[in-house]
Design a protein around this ligand. Sequence first.
Ligand SMILES: O=C(O)C(=O)C[C@]1(C(=O)O)C=C[C@@H](O)C=C1
Length: 179
Amino acid sequence: MRILAVALTLAASFTPVDPLGELTDLAVKRVQVADLVAAAKFGTPQPIDDPVREKQVLDTVRVKAQQLSLDPENAATFFRAQIEANKLVQRRLYARWTEHPEEVPTRRPDLGTEVRPILDRLTTDVLAELKDTEQLRRPGLRCEIHATIAERSAVVLHRLDRLHENALAEAMRTVCTEN
Ligand SMILES: O=C(O)C(=O)C[C@]1(C(=O)O)C=C[C@@H](O)C=C1
């Protein structure tokens, strides 16, 4: 633990910017948009799990990754984690709103015209960041340290509650993996 703390402090002091900061911030935005997804679906027949849409998202990711000369399967792995994180938020909000109907958002955003376009824009931004951080994300201690720093900073910076903090952890789970 002590060694990890020293390593984190050293890494932070030698790094002028947080190299995984932007990617982590985008993952934060995506788990925050999950609140809107849940608000769009709750109380409608649209299920949380939509395998057709997931396939669409991942197919797009693979095509765009290839255009950026990124490994398509590595990019898809990262996005599968983003989708799992999104569903984690949706499920917890459903449980909360079922128990406390007074907390259900008063406005239901439109999934197709309002919410998914936000996710689609984030897909493009995330892919650009995956490209920018390609070397740094190679598996190993260096990536793990930067990921931990970026995640801890994001929790504080964005004042994430426990639900979104857990979702961010899920979203970043594969950031340093090969595939
Ligand atoms: O677009 C939706 O319907 C969502 O719930 C978002 C999302 C995603 O994270 O991209 C998550 C779960 C669904 O299975 C499909 C996609």
